[in-house]
Design a protein. Sequence first.
Lengths: 154, 154
Amino acid sequence: MQVSARADYALRAASELARAKVEGTGPLKGERIAAAQGIPKKFMENILLDLKHHGLVRTQRGASGGYWLAVPAAEITLADVIRAVEGPLANVRGEWPEAVEYTGSAEKLREVWIAVRASLRTVLETVTLADLVEGSLPPVVEGLTRNPEAWVHH
Amino acid sequence: MQVSARADYALRAASELARAKVEGTGPLKGERIAAAQGIPKKFMENILLDLKHHGLVRTQRGASGGYWLAVPAAEITLADVIRAVEGPLANVRGEWPEAVEYTGSAEKLREVWIAVRASLRTVLETVTLADLVEGSLPPVVEGLTRNPEAWVHH
DNA sequence: TCACCTCTCTACTGGTTCGGTAGGCAATAC
DNA sequence: GTATTGCCTACCGAACCAGTAGAGAGGTGA
């Protein structure tokens, strides 16, 4: 259950675009975003292109060009961004959780994967880019982070 | 956010061992487990060896040998099995969620990853191998699967 | 003691993915 | 027309993944 560099970079870049959107400054240049978040520039261009193809981002070329969000930051969830660059949020050996076949004592595993995906969604589909910019997460998510136990790795 | 073949196989094999434990039949041979779950035998031996090294499984060699759970099935969670074969449940670009540094508008991402990990844990640390065998998941997890929306992929 | 069975361990391999780079092309502004 | 910026495809090395191989060690039974 790894979060790839690609997904992480995409979210960081998107958060920069969200801030620019909220603050009303114009298009952000790739150079600026990459520098602000410490992302290799060419790699990030690649990633932002994916976001553009999925309709999350708009662009303009030329001297006064750059990138900006296609819709308000509050309408883009983190799940939207991740799906744009990585495909489905959760899958089992390359298949959708509901597509995997289990036999005998393992039968309930399918439902477990469904539950896993659902729990991922409750976080990633409720947090929006606007939440990142504002610095306040939705109550459900905030609640998960309150438990000190959540901050230790096992 | 992929579930690897290794983790999937580990859980399936473990569920077979759990059933044998609950039913009180003796050690299970690798051959039997592999056949029952359709797992390549040598690959599965490899995986079960990991489970053994982590103290989840005991073994005996020879004609009347086989594999069995080291502790009752109700005391082994799915998270235990996954961690034994894959390491940490969730990490961001190879690091623990709480170790990743974010700057500016991306700062809240760390808390998001913490929440993601916490939500994974609420599923994988509550379901035990005994639950799989009995065919009844804990209420919290069962609840997640009840929502029809959880069964569609986006 | 011998034969046979089953797990143990290390190494290997072929293929895919991942993170990142390169470079030419297309559009925009001045 | 020229400088600037994004667009797009291709490429590359390294790591990882799924699976295989095979010799060896510990058991059992005769």
